[in-house]
Ligand binder design. Structure first.
Ligand code: NBP
Length: 522
């Protein structure tokens, strides 16, 4: 379609639409996520108005719409005023722009154009505490504000993401029909994602991967922790890859077959599936080399893993595997220093592992991955539990696990087990205490320990496997050396300690340099 023709359609659509509000929902921000979410909404029968700061992007999106089924149900606007005027009341405006300054700029520009009862939805990765402030500020002006996590990347946005909305229940009631329609769907009996959506032919049956999460910033908080868990999930898979490469000298092809096999069992997940695909990919135009071997080992990050770990520190909720996953990315980025240091130290030499031993070690790596994953999720869900207490959110963990089963990056068969654990006991304090997970950890821990000790002996870095194991051992220990720690604190800082033979809460102090003096009860 020629540029002039698109221009004239845009002008006509704009004029027609400005006469009478006829759009069900508006979307601001036509980058990867915005474009795909619009087409998803259109597939589900919604008429969508779109606006983007840079009009050239709007025009190129309309070119895409021209070849998409139902693309004519999109109305594009060059000005915010006409965009807002095109929306049926109460208006629903979804923002999918960069978090931070861009989101704030859009809110300030849109706010004067909205009326009481309208709903503004931030689908970006905003910091949850910003969302708390925005919800409060906008509620004071009679405008509903929803901070909604949107997970699933480009394909998720197009064919069904996992959606985590937070805000008032009144606002959710207005957004719910759209969010339920466009969310990913899972089979209600098995919890397995229902795949196979095509442009113009959305999946409509099954359980929608969205639920009301909680008040103000709860949706964005849960999305942040989802991303923190995603960081660990990815890091654990990378550590399994590194161990098989270093300890077993397996080729990417061989590992691809192994991951594909794991994907048939309890480790079945989107991330394992794409890892199997990635590992078999040859470099374009050079079939003798694997692409993964030519990708620089320096990882990037956008901040949600860091925010989750910061929140874990703020709340005193141990999320060590998550923090290690963030630090592993930081360390990977120090490529030049690592290369320098690598020349100073030799790797310890271990005898090669072959034959039956190799098969046993691959199975042990699988068990280490599964056990570490259980601990990572235990840490993530415990963190959300602490946040719920601290910020007054009534989080339903069975429902959260349910909406992670499809659409999002961490979707996995394993989430059905988490759903069942919280359905059995909604106040479960830690997943490790659920009988299924206790059983799995008992059965598989020996392989996990073997892999971690072998990695230490061979000098292969696997920080998330190790952090998860240290957490597990700490969590299942009735006695930890914190008695000595409290004594040290009391020695140099008179910080006091509790005694094992006195009621909890009663504090004591010893004059350590003069141990013959009696202890003081504080
Ligand atoms: P980006 O995060 O790359 O944001 C690009 C959009 O932000 C464009 O529409 C751009 O407009 C707009 N924008 C910027 Br940048 N500064 C602006 C400003 N000052 N005023 C108005 N608009 C501004 O897009 P994305 O990758 O589609 O992600 C959108 C949101 O969804 C983000 O918050 C992201 O964190 C989140 N998210 C992304 C993914 C993913 O896989 N990409 C997954 C889940 C969530 P322009 O065209 O005029 O520059």
């Amino acid at each position: 379609m020629s540029e002039e023709r698109i221009e004239s359609i845009l002008v006509q659509v704009s004029k027609l639409s400005s006469m009478r509000p006829n759009c069900d929902v508006g979307l601001i921000g036509l980058a990867v996520m915005g474009q795909n979410l619009v087409l998803n909404m259109v597939d589900h029968g919604f008429r969508v108005a779109v606006f983007n700061r840079t009009y050239a992007r709007t025009k190129s999106f309309m070119e895409r719409c021209a070849v998409e089924p139902c693309g004519s149900n999109v109305s594009a606007f060059e000005t915010l005023d006409s965009f807002i005027e095109s929306l049926k009341r109460p208006r629903k405006v979804v923002m999918l722009v960069q978090a931070g300054a861009a989101t704030e700029a859009i809110i300030q520009a849109v706010l004067p154009l909205l009326d009481e009862g309208d709903v503004l939805i931030d689908g970006g990765n905003a910091l949850w505490s910003d969302t708390v402030c925005r919800e409060k500020e906008l509620a004071g002006k009679g405008i509903h504000f929803i901070g909604s996590g949107v997970s699933g990347g480009e394909l998720g946005a197009r064919f069904g993401p996992s959606l985590m909305p937070g805000g008032s229940k009144e606002a959710w009631a207005l957004l719910e029909p759209i969010w339920v329609a466009i969310a990913a769907k899972v089979d209600s009996d098995t919890g397995q994602p229902i795949e196979g959506a095509q442009p113009g032919e959305p999946v409509t049956d099954g359980e929608a991967c969205t639920t009301y999460v909680g008040a103000d910033g709860a949706g964005h908080y849960v999305k942040m922790v989802h991303n923190g868990i995603e960081y660990v999930d990815m890091q654990l898979i990378c550590e399994a890859f590194q161990l098989m490469k270093e300890l077993l000298q397996m080729s990417p092809d061989e590992m691809s077959v192994t991951f594909r096999g794991w994907n048939e069992g309890e480790l079945n997940s989107f991330l394992i599936e794409i890892t199997a695909d990635i590992l078999q990919q040859r470099d374009y135009g050079d079939e003798d080399h694997f692409l993964v071997d030519r990708i620089l080992d320096a990882a990037g990050q956008k901040g949600t893993g860091k925010w989750s770990s910061q929140s874990a520190l703020d709340l005193g909720s141990p999320a060590s595997a998550m923090a290690e996953a963030v630090f592993a990315r930081c360390l990977s980025a120090q490529k030049d220093e690592r290369v320098t240091a690598s020349k100073l130290f030799d790797n310890p030499k271990l005898p090669p592992v072959t034959g039956e031993q190799k098969e046993l070690l691959i199975a042990a790596v699988r068990d280490a991955l599964y056990c570490s994953k259980i601990c990572a999720y235990a840490q993530g869900f415990a963190l959300m539990g602490e946040a719920a207490k601290e910020y007054g959110w009534n989080l339903n963990f069975a429902n959260l696990a349910k909406i992670f089963r499809g659409g999002c990056i961490i979707r996995a068969r394993f989430l059905q087990k988490i759903t069942e654990a919280y359905q059995k006991q909604d106040d479960l304090s830690n997943l490790i205490l659920d009988p299924y997970f206790t059983g799995q950890l008992k059965e598989r821990q020996s392989g996990w320990r073997k892999v971690v000790s072998l990695a230490a002996e061979a000098g292969v870095s696997c920080p998330a496997f190790m952090a998860a194991l240290a957490y597990f051992d700490g969590y299942r220990s009735a006695t930890l050396p914190a008695n000595l720690l409290q004594a040290q604190r009391d020695y140099f800082g008179a910080h006091t300690y509790e005694r094992t033979d006195a009621p909890r809460g009663q504090s004591f102090h010893t004059d350590w340099p003069n141990p013959m003096r009696p202890q003081q009860k504080i």
